[in-house]
Design a protein around this ligand. Structure first.
Ligand SMILES: Cc1ncc(COP(=O)(O)O)c(C=O)c1O
Length: 482
């Protein structure tokens, strides 16, 4: 019953422990049954007494065995007489993937996890990739090690729940100047990226059953954040001026919130016009709705100065402004922020506290230093030039390869370019074939809720200018010739 294998990676005492535990749990050893002394077992299985002593000590501590005066060690009499189903993890018979076990209803609201081919490959045009080569790694690592060396009892303890003070100050300052956001540091809540910002916002402001206007098409995970909070998305079409506010009012005037990316709509890349902005703000004020502004890549505009935020236009504190460092630095940093209307700060803070106890202080400190010492502003300027060049190269290359057969849409901004497919070609089919050729094409139709259009979102942040013409030729073969 008890056997050991000296060649196995597991230690001898772990093997003895596991064998006993399995035998007790599946009923081969019964409650009260005597087990051999450590000396006898050690000689039977030809090991020294130490691993046996260790295994017995563990089994005694966990209550599988007990010592009885005069009877030595026995299987604990308080264990159930029948074999239990608590077999060790490795032997556990998990239900097959298709067998449904009962989970909370809200889990069933989310789409099934699918491994999309265009998201597993790292080839050109993967959306969300940044030009890491240009990230000042040495400088960043010097800032990290400086902060690491200076760690003390205060910085190692739980941080300020709103976020590291110096970082909040730096962000408020940056947003005032660069994004015309009206805020003070006390309104800036640091979060683990804009995805968490959305989840907190939805939980604080929305009730199950509430309707939320969503740009159609829109960022898929934003939709999921509302869905998981049992809100009903109301798809509102996007045209060359951004979200069509009149269409939204016609569809569902009394929606509780609108989720928008006015600076650079994801994925179509258009900028919301001034008149639409004013209509949206007015609608929100009249109907008591919230505007959730996702300003995810606003730093990068190439033909004009960055567009001022919607938040700065709204005199009624109806806008929740969300930003992220995922695009301007890198996504795994997992740092973003919410600018919360002053009267709601405590509500947001309390909700955030339930979800986690703050973003890692170390990286908040490093980021505050990075901004305060001027590196952030320099990095943005540098990346704006770099991404601007990449975008121009991509547009030129698409034009010379496709002529007018592939329409590129959106403003000169951001880190992706969206192209529309001609005639009836199916984007998903092409994307699946492209992935096999190491080309990452995110199909546009996937992001629509109604009347999907076929096209691709081409991320150019992670490609080099040299790679672009070849990648575009590959795209051409996939779209036109095959
Ligand atoms: C439009 C949009 N919003 C938000 C996010 C998520 O950003 P974060 O990494 O800050 O959670 C993304 C990520 O690609 C995005 O495209």
């Amino acid at each position: 019953m008890i056997a050991v294998d000296r060649k196995a990676p597991q230690s001898l005492h772990r093997q003895i422990y596991n064998s006993f535990r399995a035998a007790i749990v599946d009923g081969r050893l019964r409650p009260g049954q005597r087990i051999p002394s450590t000396r006898v077992l050690a000689s039977e299985i030809r090991v020294s007494r130490f691993p046996v002593l260790n295994a017995y000590a563990q089994l005694l501590a966990e209550g599988y065995l007990e010592s009885r005066v005069g009877a030595g060690t026995v299987v604990s009499s308080s264990l159930p007489g029948q074999p239990t189903s608590s077999t060790p993890a490795q032997a556990r018979n998990l239900p097959s993937r298709h067998e449904l076990r009962s989970v909370a209803q809200r889990c069933l609201l989310l789409p099934r996890k699918e491994e999309f081919p265009w998201m597993v490959h790292w080839g050109p045009f993967r959306v969300g990739q940044v030009a890491l080569d240009l990230f000042p790694k040495h400088l960043w690592s010097a800032l990290v090690s400086r902060r690491c060396r200076g760690i003390n009892a205060e910085s190692a303890h739980y941080g300020d729940l709103m976020g590291h003070k110096a970082l909040r100050r730096a962000i408020a300052n940056y947003l005032n100047i660069a994004r015309s956001v009206r805020c003070e540091a006390g309104q800036v809540l640091i979060v683990n990226g804009s995805q968490q910002a959305l989840e907190i916002t939805a939980r604080v402001l929305l009730n199950p059953g509430d309707r939320v206007w969503l740009e159609d098409p829109s960022y898929r995970l934003a939709r999921d954040a509302f869905t998981i909070n049992e809100c009903h998305p109301v798809p509102v079409p996007v045209d060359s001026e951004g979200l069509d506010v009149r269409a939204g009012i016609k569809k569902y005037r009394k929606a509780r919130a609108a989720f928008v990316s006015p600076s650079h709509q994801f994925p179509l890349g258009v900028t919301m016009s001034a008149s639409r902005r004013l209509q949206l703000v007015e609608w929100a004020q009249h109907s008591g709705a919230w505007i959730i502004e996702d300003d995810y890549d606003s730093e990068f505009r190439y033909e004009s100065l960055p567009i001022a935020s919607l938040q700065g236009l709204d005199a009624n504190s109806r806008v929740i402004y969300i930003g992220t460092f995922s695009k301007v630095l890198f996504p795994s940093l997992r740092l973003g922020y919410i600018v919360v209307p002053p009267d709601l700060v405590d509500r947001f803070l309390l909700m955030r506290r339930v979800m986690d106890l703050g973003a890692p202080t170390l990286y908040q400190e490093v980021l505050a230093d990075f901004i305060d010492e001027g590196h952030f502003a320099r990095h943005i300027r540098r990346m704006r030039v770099h991404y601007g060049e990449l975008r121009r190269t991509l547009v030129r290359s698409l034009r010379s390869t496709f002529g007018d057969k592939l329409e590129a849409i959106g403003d000169e901004a951001g880190m992706h370019l969206t192209v529309m497919l001609p005639d009836t070609r199916r984007d998903e089919e092409i994307s699946a074939r492209a992935a096999r050729q190491n080309l990452s094409l995110w199909p546009l139709s996937r992001l629509y809720m109604e009347q999907p259009r076929q096209g691709f979102i081409l991320g150019f942040g992670g490609v080099s200018a040299k790679e672009i013409p070849q990648a575009v030729r590959k795209l051409h073969r996939l779209v036109i010739r095959e």
